[in-house]
Design a binder for this molecule. Structure first.
Ligand code: UD1
Length: 428
């Protein structure tokens, strides 16, 4: 198992390219199951989760072909051609689903196309219980019968297929909005999703579905209207840039007092993160092709709360917390999306951070310095928070269980090294 060794204290400067967004890429890949024609996706990041989703599509009978290193002007981008000519197997097996919760995104497409889908229940995970009730209630509203048996959920469409309906989500869910949006594309008649998620990744999926011939209105608002079609066609589509990767490297620049240009980062969809970076004392300059982040003065404390988009993203909470461990004063960060997403706190404390947790509220009293330590995180963004702390810490930080970072950060050691960090991947 690899680990990352970070020798902290280097000021980061230069430019890196932001990769395609993992959280957009996964639903886009699942959307290929809605059509018997090829869906060609470019600017996909090279990440373990993308490979896992490819394996899952294979299981359902889709072919996944890499068409070379191009796409969207990104040197890291490549085109993946996904072709589900027929769905040969409607089951998403435990062995794949347990690796990646986003596997649940095949439920809607397979059900809508085949009339039946069976997906292993994703179960809990390190950052909370993460149920899928909103996905299932939504599919029921489209007429599906849901059965739970032996760790699997089986959804069956009525004779004649899924029927459009009005679905009011009791709370905002990114995945449930995506699953229902995809299923509704092949349901009969109109579906209205109320209290839908407004995340940019939902818009990206919607745009791809539009290119595939779907009829969708209201993307980016809380009310999405979908008129079902009898079939969808293939399309070519470029995945959006990763706003969480961009935010994470923005913190890397800020925590090291650096000056970094994030090529392809889209500041227009990062407003809440940019506000927090500025509150913390960073200077952020937006331009047409990216974001420039720098910091010269001292780090300042912040107050922020995670919320559905356009609020501050929960996927940036650990990284922002790492940043303000070194602020001059007391910060408060509230986690309002997941009930157990402070797993990085004890590890940050081992590096010298002063943090108190009270339920969903973290109070971070800035310290003068962090010191390197062996650390271990139980989820992807928490691991990044620790790596970022390591960049600013005195001495060596060893981030263990690197597979978490590999799920969400493409070529992390290359990108950090390219900015002047002293970072090394070693096999243990
Ligand atoms: C997606 C992102 C993840 C991010 C999260 C919140 C992907 C692949 N993952 O996850 O990185 O942290 O959005 O921005 O895009 N919930 C229920 N019932 C459900 C579904 C969700 O109660 O059926 C709850 C969850 O437990 C959580 C909240 O709703 O408390 C939001 O979860 P959701 O938006 O669904 O997250 P994911 O789509 O799993």
């Amino acid at each position: 198992m690899d680990k990352l060794i970070i020798r902290g204290g280097k000021r980061l400067s230069g430019q890196i390219q932001i990769s395609g967004a993992k959280n957009a890429a996964l639903p886009l890949m699942a959307a290929s199951l809605l059509t018997d024609k090829p869906l060609r996706l470019s600017n996909l990041p090279r990440l373990a989760d993308i490979t896992t989703m490819g394996d899952l599509l294979n299981t359902h009978g889709a072919t996944v072909t890499i068409e070379g290193a191009m796409g969207n002007g990104s040197p890291y981008g490549r085109i993946l051609s996904l072709h589900a000519r027929t769905i040969t197997d409607t089951t998403a097996p435990y062995d794949i689903v347990r690796k990646m919760r986003a596997s649940i995104l095949v439920l809607g497409p397979v059900l809508a196309r085949e009339g039946v889908a069976k997906v292993s229940l994703p179960g809990g995970c390190a950052i909370g219980t993460r149920p899928i009730d909103l996905h299932l209630e939504g599919l029921k509203a489209l007429g599906a019968e849901i059965a739970l048996d032996s760790g699997y959920v089986t959804a069956r469409a009525p004779r004649g297929g899924l029927q459009g309906n009005r679905i009011v989500f009791p709370s905002v869910s990114v995945g449930a909005t995506e699953n229902l949006m995809m299923a509704a594309c092949l349901a009969a008649g109109d579906t209205v999703l109320e209290n839908a998620a407004r995340e940019p990744e939902i818009i990206d999926l919607g745009r791809c579905l539009l290119a595939m011939g779907a009829k969708i209105e209201g993307l980016g608002t809380g009310t999405i209207h979908i008129t079902g079609q009898s079939g969808l066609k293939g399309a070519d589509y470029a995945t959006m840039a990763d706003r969480i990767e961009a935010g994470s490297y923005a913190v890397a620049a800020a925590i090291t007092g650096g000056d970094v240009f994030l090529k392809n980062a889209d500041g227009a969809i990062m407003e809440a993160v940019i506000r927090c970076l500025e509150m913390a004392g960073a200077t952020v300059i937006q331009s047409a092709n990216g974001l420039q982040i720098s910091r010269t003065g001292p780090l300042q404390p912040i107050t922020c709360k995670t919320q559905p988009y356009p609020g501050f993203p929960t996927d940036m909470q650990a990284q922002m917390m790492a940043l303000v461990t070194l602020a001059e004063g007391e910060s408060v960060i509230r986690e309002a999306i997941f009930e157990n997403r402070f797993m990085h706190v004890l590890e940050l404390a081992r590096m010298g951070a002063d943090i108190t947790i009270d339920g969903a509220k973290a109070t971070i009293r800035g310290v003068k310095k962090l010191t390197g330590a062996p650390v271990m995180a139980t989820d992807l963004r928490a691991s990044m928070g620790l790596a970022l702390a390591g960049l600013a810490a005195e001495g060596e930080t060893h981030v263990q269980r690197l597979y978490h970072l590999d799920r969400g950060y493409e070529r992390i050691e290359d990108k950090l090294t390219g900015l002047g960090a002293d970072v090394e991947r070693v096999a243990t």
